[in-house]
Design a protein around this ligand. Structure first.
Ligand code: ADP
Length: 491
């Protein structure tokens, strides 16, 4: 294992951009490991090989994985990416392949989800000797990887290859827990003794998320405020007691975004490139977006939503005031997919307010980029938000976020004060439609009444630095803490 400051890290996630993405986890898993690699650490990424992944890879080897007393083949494929185009060093991304589990049209939501990810977790641990990689630590992310810490501690500890391997478990969203019936313990090769409140038992089920939270050396989440919030019953999703118990091992590190991928100065998906010194060019993207979305071209304020359409995102606040909002001279563009209720709601609004509301239901990364570049304001009134990337991408494109001050939104967006010209967006605290409306009105008043101030605000937003550099350094500090904790455990 590495003794010096350079670390060997295995980064495990169920989705990694650009290979497979349904939400923010993929963005983080696609960009944090690259930043770490650029800092000189030996980082390797591993994820399932879904059917949609079509990049070139080499097949390294295959081996049997025991699942419920049965053997299932894990095939390890390797692809290499170049974290820095000016450098020839590459970073491996491993795909765990199994035709039965992963050769399917979607990433998630299958009847045998628990078995798919139990298989994945064991395969990840067991592939390591075969690829000759003995990391200092395994960095696990969200419930799909929750079994790794418990398997390492309880089943692989006796093997010297694994004994000193630490693990960090990052919660990107506590709401998704991977809770399954008790008999799923057998998929992990764990006895009924693990159906215990101090172990994996969770309100009559077993929980993969809880497995990670209980057994990881260190846990963290993706903003400081969310790390505090989840220790309260309101945000704790019934895990708050456990999180309070582990509060000494619980950290919050805000996510960054990849400033090369999200760069209005270079982005070839948008109509007009611009930067902080040429914000007057941004409006051309608005005209292009209006055209693409069949909205009349013009200078009226354009508000946008790019989001999973689920309760978490605070969309019910918008539902209550939507018609009122539409009485103002504004346009709204919505890109998203999710709950039927919200999909139908926004489709209905587009039909009821033609020329003012345009909706695209579905997942469309290029359109998302065009919206970030073309809109004036970005709405994120989330009920809870572990970190949120939409507001960070918006800032980068000079699109002013209007957010509820919760979780990572509270940590990244500061309310604008026209008196002192400080702040980078508009915020409200209480979960109330009136307060959302008031925040939107404050933004509209400055946009319409004080265009010079607005331009300044856009420039200020674009000058913020939410690249990975600071947060990646925080992760390195945390990795060293993980190493120390593990060292003390094996003493
Ligand atoms: P979450 O992870 O809860 O979905 P985040 O704000 O952390 O929310 O990250 C969402 C990411 O997914 C952002 O990069 C956002 O632009 C992207 N995204 C969300 N919905 C869509 C969509 N329908 N089409 C394209 N990109 C989307």
């Amino acid at each position: 294992m590495t003794d010096g400051k350079k670390l060997k890290i295995l980064y495990v996630a169920s989705e990694v951009s650009p290979f497979a993405k349904t939400g923010g986890l993929a963005d983080v898993a696609g960009s944090l490991p690259r930043s770490l690699a650029l800092m000189g650490h030996d980082v390797r990424v591993v994820m399932p090989r879904y059917k949609s992944i079509s990049c070139r890879f080499n097949t390294i080897y295959d081996f049997p994985v025991m699942i419920s007393g049965r053997k299932e083949a894990a095939i390890i494929r390797e692809h290499r990416i170049n974290p820095d185009s000016s450098d020839r060093r590459t970073m491996p991304v491993y795909f765990v392949d199994n035709y039965q589990y992963f050769e399917r049209n979607n990433l998630y939501c299958y009847f045998d989800e628990v078995e798919r990810f139990a298989f994945f977790c064991r395969a990840v641990i067991e592939m390591l000797p075969g690829i000759e990689f003995q990391p200092d630590l395994i960095h696990c992310n969200d419930w799909q990887t929750g079994p790794i810490p418990v398997l390492l501690r309880e089943q692989y500890f006796k093997n010297p290859f694994y004994r000193e391997m630490g693990n960090l478990f990052t919660v990107h969203n506590l709401y998704y827990q991977g809770n399954y019936p008790k008999d799923c313990l057998r998929l992990l090769g764990l006895s009924d003794a693990y159906y215990h409140p101090e172990k994996l038992e969770f309100y009559g089920d077993i929980s993969f998320l809880k497995a990670g939270l209980v057994y990881a050396d260190i846990i963290n989440t993706v903003s400081r405020t969310y790390a505090k919030e989840i220790q309260t019953p309101l945000y704790g999703e019934r895990m708050d007691g456990l999180l309070r118990k582990r509060s000494g091992d619980l950290y919050g590190i805000v996510n960054g975004i990849d400033y090369n991928e999200f760069d209005p100065g270079q982005d070839n998906l948008i109509a007009q490139n611009y930067d902080c010194n040429s914000v007057e060019l941004k409006v051309r993207n608005k005209y292009a977006l209006q055209k693409a979305m069949n909205l009349p071209a013009g200078d009226r304020p354009l508000l946008a939503i790019v989001s999973r359409l689920v309760d978490q995102k605070g969309l019910d606040l918008l539902v209550k005031i939507y018609d009122l909002l539409m009485s103002a001279d504004i346009q709204v563009v919505v890109l998203g997919s999710g709950d039927q209720y919200y999909e139908s709601f926004f489709r209905d609004m587009a039909a009821r307010h033609p020329g003012k509301t345009a909706v695209h239901i579905g997942f469309n990364a290029p359109l998302a980029q065009q919206i970030y570049a073309g809109a004036d304001m970005f709405l994120m009134p989330s009920r809870f938000e572990p970190c949120g990337l939409g507001q960070l991408i918006s800032l980068r494109y000079g699109t002013i976020p209007i957010v509820r001050a919760t979780g990572g939104l509270a940590d990244t967006i500061r309310d604008y004060d026209p008196g002192t010209c400080t702040g980078n967006g508009f915020t409200f605290s209480d979960y109330r439609s009136e307060d959302l409306l008031a925040a939107i009105e404050r933004a509209l008043n400055i946009y319409r009444g004080r265009p010079e101030l607005w331009r300044q605000l856009v420039r200020a937003a674009m000058s913020e630095d939410f690249s990975w550099s600071a947060s990646a350094r925080e992760y390195v500090k945390l990795y060293h803490i993980v190493k120390d904790v593990r060292k003390n455990c094996v003493k």
